[in-house]
Write a protein that binds this ligand. Structure first.
Ligand code: PGA
Length: 252
C-alpha cells in the first residue's frame, strides 16, 4: 500500500443553492459522464431537502450523493438538525463536516466537528473534514500551526482512510476567486500528510486530502497536479454541470 496514490474525489458542495429547478444539472452531468472513464469518484452535496430527488436523478450513474452537515446525535430534540443516520437513509455516502461556513456562522469548534465526523462513522458513512486558515492567520505565518491544530482536534480516534477525507480549504480562498500559489498548496498538503502520519500511522498515506477554495475548470489541472492533492471540494463551480465537468475531467 505504501507509496500508492489514493483514488481522487471531486465533490461539489452546493451550499444553500439549488431548488428543484437545479435537478437538470446533475441529470446533465450524469449523461456527460456516462462514457468517460474516470480516475476519481464524483460526489454532489445538495441541500438536504432535495437529496432524494438528486439521488434518483443520478441513479445508475457514477455520481454519489453527500450531505453538507449533520448533528452528532442519532436522533432527539434538536430542532432543525439532521442526523448522519438520516443522511445515510437518504442515500448519502459521505457528509461534509467542519466547513468554514459552519465554523464561522454557527460557531462550531474542533470538538463539535470531531463529534460530527464520529457520527458519520457510527452511521456507516464517510466524513469529509474541512480545515483551513483565515487570511489573518496566513498573513501572520500561522497557516501550518492552524491546520495542524484543526486536524488534531477534528479527527476522530477511529478515523481511517476508508471513512475519512480531509479537505484543505483556506478560508480566504472560498468563493473569492483567490487561490494560494501551487507551492503554497503543495506545502500545506505535504504538512497535512505528515501530520496524518503522526496521528494515524499505517492509514495515513491512503487518506484523501482534497483542496477547496475557488477551484474552477481553468485552475483545476494545476492545483490537482500537486503532490498530496487527491481531488477537490468545489463550491460555486459545482452548480453548473459544464463547469463541474471541466474540473472532473482532470481525472479523465
Ligand atoms: P468555492 O467554495 O469553490 O465556491 O470557493 C469551496 C467550498 O466552500 O467548499
Amino acid at each position: 500500500m505504501a507509496g500508492e496514490v489514493p483514488r481522487a474525489l471531486v465533490a461539489g458542495n452546493w451550499k444553500m443553492n439549488g431548488g428543484l429547478a437545479m435537478l437538470k444539472e446533475p441529470r446533465l452531468l450524469a449523461g456527460m459522464l456516462r462514457d468517460v472513464k474516470l480516475r476519481a469518484d464524483v460526489m454532489i452535496c445538495p441541500p438536504a431537502v432535495i437529496l432524494r430527488r438528486v439521488k434518483s436523478v443520478v441513479k445508475g450513474s457514477k455520481i454519489k450523493i453527500g450531505g453538507q452537515d449533520c448533528h452528532w446525535e442519532p436522533s432527539g430534540a434538536h430542532t432543525g438538525d439532521i442526523s448522519a443516520e438520516m443522511l445515510k437513509e437518504a442515500g448519502c455516502s459521505a457528509v461534509i463536516v467542519g466547513h468554514s461556513e459552519r465554523r464561522t456562522q454557527h460557531h462550531e469548534g474542533d470538538e463539535v466537528v470531531r463529534r460530527k465526523a464520529q457520527a458519520c462513522h457510527r452511521a456507516g458513512i464517510s466524513s469529509i473534514i474541512c480545515i483551513g486558515e483565515t487570511l489573518e492567520e496566513r498573513k501572520a505565518g500561522q497557516t501550518l500551526d492552524v491546520v495542524k491544530r484543526q486536524l488534531k482536534g477534528s479527527l476522530p480516534d477511529l478515523a481511517t482512510a476508508a471513512n475519512t477525507v480531509i479537505a484543505y480549504e483556506p478560508v480566504w480562498a472560498i468563493g473569492t476567486g483567490l487561490t494560494p500559489s501551487t507551492a503554497e498548496v503543495a506545502e500545506v498538503h505535504a504538512h497535512i500528510r505528515a501530520e496524518l502520519g503522526r496521528i494515524l500511522a499505517a492509514e495515513s498515506g491512503q487518506m484523501r486530502i482534497l483542496y477547496g477554495g475557488s477551484v474552477k475548470p481553468s485552475n483545476a489541472a494545476e492545483l490537482m497536479s500537486q503532490p498530496h492533492v487527491n481531488g477537490a471540494l468545489v463550491g460555486g463551480a459545482s452548480l453548473k454541470a459544464a463547469d463541474f465537468l471541466g474540473i472532473i475531467k482532470v481525472y479523465a
